[in-house]
Design a protein around this ligand. Structure first.
Ligand SMILES: Cc1ncc(COP(=O)(O)O)c(C=O)c1O
Length: 396
């Protein structure tokens, strides 16, 4: 086999001179914590999605935590989510002393569906009816940038009196029934981690139409103080005075990161177009190969963020395939190792691997291919050629 000329990473951020200049300008200004750029970023993000409130935070994990806290989730409560997610979605539930209830995924989309949620609810009602009353919220995760069936999930939430926090970490830009994902539940939380469709290095945004929830999240992201740092700074009188009204957290987004986020938001549509072009090329190239299950198409009126491009291998050994790709200098990843297989979640709730058979099978078959705006056409063709070769080698 010929030696690859260079390694193509699984993911890379798309940071150009505008981002660098915006961060430098923020540093030169002397205001390096949360300030006017974070405020402007919130306003621009809210306007972009058409939501009244956006609260900038230093990670999506922080945003999810704040959202559940603002909704009053506490010790003894239960929150339903998918097993096919990153541990952040679930760990925030434990921060609050509450517990999770996991549901399996739809085989086509790898997302929660009305069927899998109803199955999980039926099992909870049957096995622990006294605990079922403590089920307070649901966290749908828009896996890979494809929206969950929000209309159906919101209907179930209404039936059961559940609050809904959308984990929209992958979902920018992404729509469900033509509406932006993240704006359909009580709160939606986006991630600006380095690999996401736009990045601030680390960062996130919680959006909501509920001004009280937004006010609570703003307060709790900064120590439970009743005024923002920036407000104190610009206030004409008594700028030293503040009141602590709750034991809050330290989750604010610094201005240099917000400055980068503002540029990334302006470039989001162009970066997404490139991801979409790459996804279309992959779909075309792999369409005729029966050894691959390709991402399920979104509804015609909807948008896929293409944060991930996950293929599932029908007749090949996944681990050998990943090794074959690596030998050809191509980084891949696996999304996700289902939560119920991880020791902490498995042992806390006594989950068995087969308890969520679709997630288990999907996990064993899944590989995420590189998809990001900095990839050249040559990179994309290199991935495609490597996939066919690695498939031949890994066939069972
Ligand atoms: C589905 C999901 N939710 C939440 C997060 C947490 O995001 P952050 O790293 O911004 O805290 C991630 C991170 O990768 C994720 O994939």
């Amino acid at each position: 086999m010929e030696t690859p000329e260079s390694f193509l990473p699984f993911a890379l951020p798309d940071i150009g001179p505008e981002e660098i200049e915006a961060v430098a300008e923020s540093l030169r200004s002397g205001w390096v914590t949360t300030g006017p750029r974070a405020r402007a970023f919130e306003e621009e993000f809210a306007a972009h999605l058409g939501v009244p409130e956006a609260v900038a935070v230093n990670s999506a994990t922080a945003g999810l935590h704040l959202a559940l806290e603002a909704l009053g989730i506490g010790p003894g409560d239960l929150v339903l989510t998918t097993t096919n997610t990153f541990t952040a979605t679930a760990e925030v539930v434990r921060y609050l002393g509450a517990d999770i209830v996991l549901a399996d995924i739809d085989d086509r989309t790898m997302n929660l569906s009305a069927t899998t949620v109803r199955q999980a609810l039926a099992e909870l009602d049957q096995t622990a009816p006294e605990r079922a009353a403590r089920l307070k919220a649901m966290i749908p995760v828009h896996f890979g940038g494809q929206a969950c069936p929000m209309e159906e999930l919101m209907a179930i939430a209404a039936e059961r009196g559940l609050r809904v926090v959308e984990d929209a970490a992958h979902a920018l830009p992404c729509t469900a029934g033509g509406q932006p994902a993240g704006t359909l539940g009580d709160v939606g939380v986006f991630s600006f981690y380095a690999t996401k469709t736009m990045t601030t290095g680390e960062g996130g945004m919680a959006v909501t139409a509920d001004r009280d929830l937004a006010a609570r999240m703003r307060r709790m992201r900064l120590h439970g103080i009743n005024r923002e740092v920036w407000d104190r700074y610009v206030a004409r009188s008594a700028s030293w005075y503040y009141e602590v009204v709750a034991p809050g957290f330290k989750y604010n987004l610094p201005d240099p990161a917000a400055a980068m986020g503002r540029v990334q938001l302006r470039r989001l549509s162009a970066m997404w177009n490139r991801r979409r072009t790459i996804a279309e090329r992959y779909l075309e190239a792999f369409a005729q190969d029966p050894r691959l299950i390709l991402p399920w198409p979104v509804r015609p009126e909807d948008v896929h963020a293409w944060h991930l491009f996950v293929v599932r291998l029908v007749r090949a050994d996944r681990d050998r395939f990943v090794e074959g790709m690596a030998r050809r200098g191509i980084g891949t990843s696996v999304h996700f190792i289902p939560l119920h297989l991880h020791p902490y979640w498995r042992d806390r709730y006594g989950y068995r691997p087969e308890q969520f058979p679709v997630a288990l099978r999907s996990y064993r078959q899944s590989v995420s291919l590189p998809i990001y705006s900095r990839m050249t056409d040559g990179d994309v063709e290199r991935v495609i050629a490597a996939v066919f070769q690695a498939l031949d080698e890994a066939e069972e």
